[in-house]
Design a protein. Sequence first.
Lengths: 455, 488
Amino acid sequence: MSSIIIIAITAIVVLYLGLYKVKSALLPVSVLGLLGAAASLVCVWDKNISYFNDMLVFNNYAIAFSILLIATTILIFLLSGNYFEKISSNVAEYYTILLFALSGGVVMVSFQNMSMLFIGIEILSVSMYIMAGIKKTDSASNEAALKYFLMGSFATGILLFGIALIYGATGSFNLVQIAGKASEQPLLFYAGVIFMLIAMTFKVGVAPFHFWTPDVYQGAPTLVSSFMSTVVKTAGFAAFLRLFGSAFTSVPAIWTVTLVVMVVLTLLIGNITAAFQQNVKRMLAYSSISHAGYMLIAILLLGQASPNAILIYSVAYSIASVASFGVMVAVKEQKGSDDLSAFNGLGRTNPVLAFVMTVALCSLGGIPLTAGFFGKFYIFGVAIAANYTWLIAIAVLMAAVGIYYYFKVIIAMYLRESENSESIQLSLAYKFVLIFCIMITILLGIAPALITNIL
Amino acid sequence: MINYITVLLVLFPLLGSVIVAFIRGEQAKNIALGFSLIELAMAILAWTKFDYANPDSQFIYNQPWIESLGIHFKVGMDGISFLLVLLTTVLVPLIILSSFRKEFRKPHALYALILFMQTGLVGVFTSLDAFLFYVAWEAALIPIYFISAIWGGEDRIRVTFKFFVYTMFGSLFMLIGIIYLFIQTPGHSFDINQFYQVALDKGTQSWLFWCFFLAFAIKMPIFPFHTWQPDTYTSAPTVGTMLLSGIMLKMGIYGVMRWLLPVLPLGLMQWGQTALILSIIGVVYASIIAFTQKDIKRLIAYSSIAHVGLISAGIFALNVQGMQGAMIQMISHGINVVGLFFVVEIIFDRTKARESYLLGGIASKAPVLAATFLIILLGAVALPLTNGFVGEFLLLNSIYEYGVWYAIVAGLTIIFGAVYMLRMYGNVMFGKEGTASANFTDVIGAEKLVLYAICAMVIFFGFKPQYLLHISEASVNNLLEIIKLKMQ
């Protein structure tokens, strides 16, 4: 709980710092605040504290995911050194809104009550609507914001509808009590579950509710896209799993078929469309859809291993995404484009950047000895244990397609020549974040036990 | 020290790779050669301590890696593994030495990748844990992809990418199989002995068979999964081609022997004959295509498909001659094909031509090359008293036991193979002087050294094949007993 308060206070302080034009203090204050919030979470590890009549419960699941969200945000902030200042003069807004979004994310992973879930999702979403449109004069950014806002509002309505139906069926917002009374009014209850399922899959960008993702990712400033594809997605999946894992497990899972169809669709659409993209940012947007498909497998087959599988997948995915988006921002800054051809010859002009990108893409593609491999490995393990071998056959085929498009970038970097041979200069913090991400990726690729057993 | 020899063999090249990666300039290749020679010395040391009579793995090193999943870093060598480790450790220094005269862009990166690949290869041949096996399997693929794609010839990007995606695809299916078997193991472990204890029904084994077979068949490659191979062999730089054909394709054969046959014997009963027929089709098909090739590198690539098809057929025949023949033939083929590709590289380096009609009359200008080439070639076509003969004889014998007609088809093809190889030799070495080979000069320095070393091995193991056969004998018999027992 104290972490949410710390994040919110930090956000307000940063807003005021912006008012008094203390630009140089924005980043340090935000990062310090986030470190404080993370520390306060570490202190309550294993304590299982609940707040406000079980509205929020900070069990280890919530803490692990909250720390992941906070850590990802810190990394993105460190990358954004000069980035935001180039886009707009109101830099403080960025930090503030992202911090607010993060506090929404923490609420989402620690909720024990449907109303808190709704509040968390709304805090996160409203912040992201603003962030998508923050480049006020850019038409792509405006389009992204409008699209995101309209479709997101629909999803919110559907979510509320679902919560209302479930409340009607069980008479409670509390997850534990819902689980206890789930079978009393099956018709009402199942209708509510399906509504909530649709809303949650929309929020995490699963097909067929994925249409907003590529446009929004491409229209929004790149670092905001990276925030969306990491923090927002992780929070969404953690909430999704928490909801389905604790409230809906006591009744037969009639939503299995629906979810299976969604998984297959998401894997196919995400990967195959990504394979045809010439723009790296858009390719990463589609690939993020496909990753949602893999994570959805763990939710589909709710089991003991699911939380661990989702956790390691999100850690691997978030870290690798931050690194790859980071490299992309650097490349775009110099070459003015984030097309595939902008990466030509990067291996010669900037060996470090190219190496970072290679490891990050290998992790996203699931090559062994990177964290991403274990993400997929756990997910596949969950599915094979549940005898969903045919589903895994599709997932594996799609993983091969994934390797195909990730390696297109690697090929461009190492095997194609570029016209200009200037190398890209990076600030110290930028280098630190990239190297840090790579080290974590490789470390978890060799010793995943560091995080696999904590839940 | 000797108890840790296996893990040292696996990890030492990795250390070398990291060090070489930071060395700029010409020294990189010398240091890489040094590391590979120390590795060879370690392998020979292990040879002196190796217990021939023991069919089980020796020098086992076992450390928990990911305890919660039952994953161990478990490596060890029985006779089958040890022969292939020997092959790897002998060939890598030769391959490095063979590239000494060539100028590469970024030599440190190339040699670091070669050493990294050696870690993957030795890892594959020594893993006693399915998970480790998979990781090593991929760790061997990634460096060779970059070697072929960065230093390769024309059209390299497309060709090597096809190779990479193709093999990756196969290994992902193997991953499914491994995870499935892991879940079935009694103790939830990736340990090979636990895998051997899994008893599944026929239907399950039959689809698992294909999960594994696909990965191995693509790697070898067996018809019809071979389409990546000729292009990749041709466009890769010669060091890459040597690594691919000399060592890497043995990963597939080894995988069949170590994992496929003993773990899934019922699947084998169902599909073994199909696999054998595919292998023999590969022999015939590749030989016919090789006959029409003008590019000598491509010709050798196709002849390699034919050879590997015969080896694989011998294994699926499931008898002692077949297995032992496969073992010794893997070694001989590794040595010979590296020699052949090296000769092609020498010729290409001087003439910039690989087409046999542009070449000719080289023998009079380069007698040393002509003589050594002839010896290697005779080994490759399995003349008696060369290293290729024993293996081919045993393999044909085993196929004969399995079915007479298979042996007739395969045997005739092998004779056919001798024809096109010798015809190629005649065209290139004798005949009218070609336009490209007018100013040919004979081999010198490091080239000579490599060729002499290979010829020495061709002749020595032709006379004394038992030095190799003894190493794997106990393990092969043991393996066959396990399979036969589980088939009943």
